[in-house]
Write a protein that binds this ligand. Structure first.
Ligand code: GLY
Length: 428
C-alpha cells in the first residue's frame, strides 16, 4: 500500500517509523517531512505544505495513494479529509465537521456541556466589553482561550485581572489570532496533574492507547515558559485501570457517540487532555490528532501493525481487531535549540545520532534538515530520543544515555523526564 503522511514534526517521524515497519506498506510520501523522514526505509519527502489542502489532494490522486494519514490539526480543521473523500480517496483523520472538536473551543465546550462530558465551567463571549465585565465579576483568575486554532498560543493563564483584561483585548479587539479570536472562552482554572488519553476511533467505537504525560515547561521541575513539549512518557502511573475505564465511559465514548449522533462520525485519533482534579477527572480539551511529543512515547509500545489499525478505523471495524501493546514503559526526551522557546539559531550541525541509535534508541526528528549531506538544526525542538524499558526508570536511563551521545551547539533538554508524575498546575 502507498501511504501519504502529512506533517513535519517529531510526531510524523514517529508515525512514518511505525508505518514503515508494516509489511503491507510499500511507499510512504511525507509532505513536507523533515530530516528524519527523508532517511527512513520506504519514505520520501515531498515539498507540499501540510496546509495546502488542494495540493495534498492532488498529490494523493497523482501518486495513487491508498491511505492518507494526517498528523497535524490545521489541515484536518481546514477540510483535507473531506477533500480526499470527495476525490474518492481514503484518509485516516476526522472530517472538518468532526475536527471542530479541536478547531472550535466554543463547539467543544458546548458539545461537552450537552453530552455531559466532565469539564470546567466556562462562559463564551464575542463582545469585548461583556467579556471584560465578566472577568471583573470573578473572584478567581480564569483561563482565557481563543476559540479557534492559534498555533498553541491561544490559551492564556493570566497572573492578574489586568493581564486577563489585556488578553481579552489582544484576542477580541486587536485580533492577534485573526479569526481564531472571533470568540473567547473564559473558563474556571482547574488544578491537578494532567494526563493525555488518546484513542483510535472508527466513527462508532474507541480503543484507548496507553495514557501518556507530557512535560510542557522548558526547565526541570516544571519551571520556565511553556513549550511545544519537552518530553513524554507512557504509560502514566496516574492512569490506573479505574481511571482509564472512567475516561472511556465518561469522555471518549460519549464524544464518539455524540459526534456520530450529530452526523459527524469521528474517524482517527481522538485525544482527551484530562486534568485530575480533587473533584474527579475533567476534560481540559480535545485534540483531533495524535499528540506531540506523546506519540514519540506511545508508538514504541504498539506491537500491532499501525497500518492495520488505521485501516480498521477507516473501514469501521475497529472493535473487531486485536490491538496489542507492550507491557514495557516508553519515554521520549526532546533536545532543543539554545534559546528555545525564545529565539534560536538554525543550521547548526548535529552529531551522534548514529551512536544513540546504536544504543537502541529511536531518534525522532522534528526541527532538522539535511543540507549538502549534513544533518542540521532547523527548528526549536530539534529531535526526540525515545526508548523503552521494563519500567519508566529503565526507559529513562536508556534514553538519557542516548541523549548524551547527541551534540549540537546550544543543545538543551530536561533532565527529569518521567521522574515524577507531572503536576503542572496551570499549564494549558
Ligand atoms: N502534547 C500536547 C499536544 O499534542 O497538543
Amino acid at each position: 500500500m502507498r501511504v501519504l503522511l502529512v506533517g513535519s514534526g517529531g510526531r510524523e517521524h514517529a508515525l512514518a517509523w511505525k508505518l514503515s515497519q508494516s509489511l503491507q506498506v510499500s511507499a510512504i510520501y511525507v509532505a513536507p517531512g523533515n530530516g528524519g523522514t527523508a532517511t527512513l526505509a520506504k519514505t520520501q519527502n515531498v515539498a507540499t505544505a501540510a496546509e495546502d489542502v488542494d495540493g495534498l489532494a492532488e498529490l494523493a490522486a497523482r501518486q495513487r495513494i491508498d491511505l492518507t494519514v494526517v498528523g497535524p490539526e490545521a489541515p484536518l480543521v481546514a477540510g483535507l479529509v473531506d477533500a480526499l473523500h470527495a476525490a474518492g480517496l481514503a484518509a485516516f483523520g476526522p472530517t472538518q465537521a468532526a475536527a471542530q472538536i479541536e478547531g472550535s473551543k466554543v463547539f467543544a465546550k458546548r458539545f461537552m456541556q450537552e453530552t455531559g462530558i466532565p469539564t470546567g465551567r466556562a462562559e463564551i463571549f464575542r463582545d469585548a466589553a461583556a467579556a471584560a465585565a465578566y472577568v471583573e465579576s470573578l473572584d478567581d483568575l480564569p483561563v482565557i482561550k481563543a476559540s479557534g486554532l492559534a498555533a498553541g498560543k491561544g490559551v492564556i493563564l493570566p497572573e492578574s485581572k489586568a493581564e486577563a483584561l489585556a488578553a481579552l483585548r489582544a484576542i477580541l479587539v486587536e485580533r492577534q489570532f485573526g479569526e481564531a479570536g472571533d470568540a473567547v472562552l473564559i473558563e474556571e482554572r482547574l488544578s491537578g496533574p494532567e494526563v493525555s488519553v488518546l484513542a483510535f476511533c472508527d466513527g462508532e467505537s474507541a480503543r484507548i492507547m496507553p495514557a501518556a504525560q507530557d512535560h510542557k515547561r522548558v526547565m526541570d521541575g516544571d519551571r520556565g515558559p511553556n513549550t511545544g513539549g519537552m518530553g513524554a512518557f507512557a504509560p502514566s502511573p496516574l492512569a490506573t485501570p479505574a481511571l482509564i475505564e472512567q475516561v472511556e465511559r465518561e469522555v471518549l465514548l460519549p464524544a464518539v457517540r455524540g459526534l456520530a449522533a450529530r452526523g459527524a462520525p469521528y474517524v482517527g485519533v481522538l485525544y482527551a487532555g484530562m486534568i485530575l482534579t480533587a473533584g474527579g477527572p475533567k476534560t481540559l480539551e480535545f485534540n483531533c490528532r495524535f499528540g506531540d511529543p506523546e506519540t514519540q512515547a506511545i508508538l514504541p509500545l504498539l506491537e500491532s501493525d499501525l497500518l492495520e489499525v488505521m485501516l480498521a478505523c477507516v473501514e469501521g471495524r475497529l472493535a473487531r481487531i486485536q490491538l496489542r501493546w507492550s507491557d514495557a514503559a516508553a519515554l521520549a526526551i526532546v533536545l532543543a535549540s539554545g534559546g528555545y522557546p525564545g529565539k534560536y539559531a538554525t543550521g547548526l550541525p548535529i552529531r551522534g545520532v548514529e551512536r544513540a541509535e546504536a544504543q537502541g534508541c529511536a531518534i525522532f526528528h522534528a526541527g532538522t534538515a539535511v543540507r549538502e549531506g549534513v544533518l542540521q538544526t532547523a527548528g526549536g525542538r530539534v529531535l526526540a530520543v525515545s526508548t523503552t524499558g521494563a519500567d519508566l526508570s529503565e526507559a529513562a536511563e536508556r534514553a538519557y544515555a542516548g541523549a548524551a551521545e547527541i551534540e549540537f551547539e546550544g543543545c538543551h533538554y530536561r533532565r527529569d523526564i518521567g521522574r515524577t508524575a507531572q503536576h503542572e498546575a496551570g499549564a494549558p
